[in-house]
Write a protein that binds this ligand. Structure first.
Ligand SMILES: *Cc1c(COP(=O)(O)O)cnc(C)c1O
Length: 463
């Protein structure tokens, strides 16, 4: 092959002035095009050294530049199909938001808002005002405040009410939640001394009352959201523990984790404890996440007694943990959906996904079987399977919800091929994330709403 001479590669300037580049500059801007031209020319020079017969016309080089810019401008954070079977998947961004929330967030993002401005009085307001009354109405609490996530809510409560004091917690509730949320570490960072009570499997009311003394800042009960202790177990119910705390003038706090504002049993799902129940049992404060079962944006919600919430709001840490106007707008819109529980299951995506019946999902699997099978052609067999979805994010860790999906099994039966198939699905324009199980890639279809978008990209699958 003849060597391509380096001198036949056009200069950056010539390319920028070329007719072919003008529409691209108009579309993307001169700086981005200039950078991409430089990068493409560097590539060509190394190729030219190798001497492959490259098309070095201005038009061909600009076409490469256009392609490069297209690849580089794909944002790192983008939508995926969550076919893992875990509805609230923390690594996949937890709850998808309802339209109503997205609209409210867009309005708050586009324009100035009265975030901390009291329109009646014409003076400074409190950002919590936009959701506090709704939260009180929905939970029966006296007061409420919102921070960045539930980990922040727990931190703020501990630091405000138990700084340099002891916090008795049952040994069986000293949980670690995915990533780095370990209750004992949060306690230490909040400036509290953890006082473990009971044993891993059993704790009694007397274990708590023995531990409560002048040094106690608060008593905390943590919803053991991501595991269950079974067998010879005993826990203390909220109501007697609350009463014991109140007798001793110590606040009783419940960290619920996933908090939903409706009884899930009404929707045919297993019951999950609610903030209303904890408050009714006598909890002084309850903390829960905005983006778990509640189905809203990432936030940490604290509801409970007015005097304690007022103390939380006065803690300087509150300022570091507060939420922005966009979250406030989205959370407000989600809470308003809860005022109309009859339509909640169609309007709130988390509940919509959770309440889809196995038959409905199986029907979707029937529709998708042949498009997926033909996309994988000779590489894999595809069949419809029953599977069990999980709520995820800690709710009901031991309960699965009957679902259905497609199982993709490599014809050659190898793990290597299975990995290649899973990678090919992840490399689609909207990556498809399933889970591998016993030699197959299983795609649980519970969370697939846009089937057309899913099938339309199958033609691009490259195993
Ligand atoms: C999830 C969870 C948290 C942490 O909440 P984030 O919103 O993820 O910060 C804390 N406590 C419990 C019991 C949880 O389940």
């Amino acid at each position: 092959m003849p060597r391509v001479s380096l001198s036949s590669i056009p200069s950056v300037d010539r390319l920028l002035r070329s007719e072919a580049a003008q529409p691209l500059i108009a579309e993307r801007g001169r700086a981005i095009v200039t950078d991409a031209i430089r990068a493409v020319l560097r590539e060509l020079r190394t190729d030219a050294d190798g001497g492959n017969g490259l098309d070095l016309s201005e038009a061909a080089i600009v076409a490469r530049v256009r392609e490069r810019i297209a690849v580089e401008s794909v944002p790192s954070l983008r939508p995926v199909f969550n076919l893992t079977g875990t509805v609230l998947h923390t690594n996949l961004g937890r709850a998808p938001l309802p339209e109503e929330a997205v609209e409210a967030m867009m309005q708050a993002a586009l324009r100035p808002t009265n975030l901390e401005f009291d329109l009646d009085q014409g003076r400074r307001g409190d950002r919590d005002d936009h959701v506090e009354r709704l939260l009180c109405r929905l939970t029966g609490a006296e007061a409420a405040t919102v921070v960045n996530n539930n980990a922040a809510a727990v931190l703020l409560v501990l630091n405000t009410l138990a700084l340099r004091k002891e916090v008795p917690v049952s040994r069986g509730e000293l949980i670690e939640i995915g990533g780095a949320f370990r209750m004992p570490e949060i306690m230490a960072r909040a400036g509290c001394r953890l006082r473990e009570v009971g044993t891993t499997n059993r704790v009694h009311l007397s274990d708590y009352t023995d531990a409560i003394g002048p040094k106690t800042g608060l008593v905390m009960k943590v919803h053991t959201s991501n595991y269950a202790i079974v067998g010879f177990t005993s826990t203390v119910d909220e109501a007697p523990l609350a009463a014991a705390c109140h007798d001793r003038n110590v606040p009783f706090v419940v960290d619920l984790g996933s908090g939903t504002l409706v009884g899930l049993a009404e929707y045919g799902l297993p019951h999950e404890p609610t903030p209303m129940e904890s408050l009714a049992h006598g909890a002084d404060l309850v903390t829960f996440s905005g983006d778990k079962l509640l189905g809203g944006p990432q936030a940490g919600i604290i509801v409970g007694r007015g005097n304690l919430i007022a103390r939380l709001k006065r803690n300087p840490l509150k300022r570091s943990l507060r939420v922005d106007k966009i979250t406030m707008a989205g959370l407000g819109a989600v809470l308003r959906l809860y005022l109309d529980p009859e339509r909640l299951a169609t309007r709130l995506p988390v509940l919509r996904s959770l309440t889809r019946s196995a038959e409905e999902i199986r029907a979707a699997a029937n529709r998708l079987l042949s498009p997926v099978a033909s996309a994988l052609d000779t590489v894999a067999n595809v069949r419809i399977v029953d599977c069990g979805s999980e709520i995820g994010s800690g709710a009901l860790p031991t309960r699965e919800i009957a679902s259905a999906g497609l199982a993709v099994t490599p014809v050659d039966g190898t793990g290597t091929m299975l990995n290649r198939i899973a990678a090919a699905f992840r490399q689609l324009p909207v990556p498809v994330i399933g889970r591998t199980h016993e030699g197959s890639l299983v795609m649980d279809l519970r969370c697939l709403e846009d089937e057309a978008a899913f099938t339309s990209q199958l033609a691009r699958l490259q195993v």
